[in-house]
Design a protein around this ligand. Structure first.
Ligand code: ADP
Length: 494
């Protein structure tokens, strides 16, 4: 049942009870008063008439009495006067309506009141005034008064109260229904709608009821609750993302270790046979008795052996990377030196390397030779991504950050952010598809033609950066170029 209908019913029952009770009490009080007043009037009238009858009896006898009574009876049809003999026979006409045979003449001056229905069933009050006469019989005046006016009055009052109560209930009920609709039903409906929205996952939006009552407080609490849930949800999403990224990094490092072990094993095993093949091919190539065709083939074998040796060197670089020989070094110098080394190759490929050198040293604790390798690999990839030439931009900036895996330790007291220097290598080349972007740091992942790439460059970069206590991020869009950001912990500045 709706709240405002319940309220209406409570008020309805309350008003009905109060007005019913006060109506009953009022009717009873007024009826008693009315009755007492009419009794007083009847008794006064009866006593006056009794005196007159007593005076006139000796002169006129019963005839005179009847004359007096008939005159009095004309005044009010509701009041009847009769002369009665208390000792009259059972069915005599002048016998009293009530059995008052015990009343005697010496009761003169007193009045006896009885309430009883008459022959037609109408309630009447009978008054008996015994009168002392100069006769042996006992008689007196019978005055009777109809109670119909009192009954009528009671009925009218009752109807009045019923109508008034009904009108009161109607008026209060309508005011209450309207008031409760505006004050309760409408805002509560909005509150219920909002909780349903929250339940179905729609957390955006507010109730904004701006009321200073309990419903207003409830609405404010719901608004605050949904905002809190939204904040928590966003935080959770962020944490989950950071956790997945950290897990990815861990998995990647693990994969690198196993592939490294495998690669080192293979490289070791292949090194000696390749040297033997290359040596024998050299012998054949220098044999004077050999034909030009055989010498050509032997040179090709030597060439391919050199290529295999270079791949094996890279493999060993990747697998047995030496622990970095860390020392404070200036990134400005390392970048400038690498750019200078790579310039001839860049010129050949019509690529310009832009580096906005800082006017102050940018110190990191690192192995300069390994950092040069990182930069060489990134710059070589950038150049290879621009077959028609272009520009590679290198810049360095500093930020305060947490390591990606530190985002996941939400239950632990948060690590403090540390200062990192970021080397950004940006090109306008062919870019990387989102699918490839997930694999570029995997060993042997390459999209380049055989002979162009081994798929180890970025794996090496990844490992070196990790060992320096940093990390690497790549962003790219197909056809829009790529950006590689290397984060290295800042060293003590001089
Ligand atoms: P490789 O260069 O021998 O293929 P890497 O590990 O250096 O191996 O790179 C892996 C792959 O990542 C490349 O084959 C290429 O698809 C992609 N890649 C790396 N750097 C870039 C870049 N700057 N632009 C576009 N693709 C790149």
């Amino acid at each position: 049942m709706k709240l405002y209908i319940k309220l209406f019913l409570i008020v309805f029952i309350g008003i009905l009870a109060i007005s019913g009770l006060s109506g009953i009490l009022q009717i009873r009080r007024e009826t008693q008063f009315f009755k007492a007043e009419s009794q007083r009037a009847a008794i006064i009238l009866g006593q006056v008439l009794a005196d007159e009858i007593s005076n006139e009896w000796d002169d006129g006898g019963i005839a005179k009495v009847r004359e007096i009574l008939s005159k009095a009876g004309n005044a009010d049809p509701k009041v009847r006067f009769r002369w009665v003999w208390f000792d009259a026979a059972q069915d005599a006409a002048d016998r009293p309506e009530v059995d008052v045979s015990q009343l005697l003449a010496n009761h003169a001056g007193s009045v006896h009141v009885f309430e009883k229905p008459d022959a037609s069933g109408e309630m009447r009050i009978y008054y008996y005034f015994p009168i002392l006469l100069s006769t042996a019989r006992h008689g007196g005046l019978e005055l009777s008064q109809s109670l119909s006016s009192i009954t009528q009055y009671t009925r009218n009052t009752l109807v009045y109260y019923v109508i008034m109560s009904f009108l009161l209930i109607l008026a209060i009920g309508s005011i209450l229904a309207m008031g409760s609709f505006w004050l309760l039903a409408k805002p509560l409906h909005r509150v219920i709608q909002r909780t349903r929205e929250i339940h179905s996952g729609k957390l955006e939006g507010r109730l904004n009821l701006h009321r200073r009552d309990e419903i207003g407080e409830l609405a404010t609490s719901i608004d605050k609750m949904s905002e809190q849930i939204l904040r928590n949800r966003a935080k959770l999403q962020e944490e989950t993302k950071a956790r997945i990224e950290a897990l990815e990094q861990l998995r990647h490092a693990d994969r690198l270790r196993s592939v490294g072990r495998l690669a080192s094993g293979i490289a070791h095993e292949l090194g000696t046979p390749i040297n033997v093949i290359s040596g024998r091919a050299g012998l054949i190539a220098t044999d004077e008795a050999a034909s030009a065709e055989i010498v050509g083939s032997a040179e090709t074998i030597r060439g391919q052996c050199r290529r295999m040796t270079s791949i094996i060197r890279q493999l060993l670089d990747f697998a047995r990377r030496a622990t970095p020989k860390s020392a404070p070094c200036d990134l400005n110098q390392i970048i400038a030196q690498t750019a200078m080394l790579i310039k001839p190759l860049a010129r050949k490929r019509r690529v310009k390397i832009e580096y906005g050198q800082k006017d102050h040293p940018v110190i990191v604790q690192a192995d300069p030779a390994q950092l040069e390798q990182v930069l060489t690999n990134l710059l070589t990839n950038a150049m290879q991504a621009m077959p028609d030439g272009g520009e590679v931009r290198v810049d360095v900036s500093a930020i305060q950050a947490l390591r990606p895996e530190q985002h996941q330790e939400t239950d632990q007291p948060q690590e403090k952010e540390k200062k990192y220097h970021v080397i950004r290598v940006q090109d306008d080349g062919i870019g990387i598809t989102p699918e490839d972007l997930n694999h570029i740091f995997d060993p042997f992942f390459t999209t380049k033609d055989t002979g162009e790439g081994t798929g180890l460059g970025l794996s090496i970069v990844y490992g070196i950066v990790q060992e320096h206590g940093g990390w690497i991020e790549a962003t790219s869009e197909s056809g829009q170029g790529s950006t590689f950001s290397v984060y290295l912990p800042a060293g003590e500045e001089a």
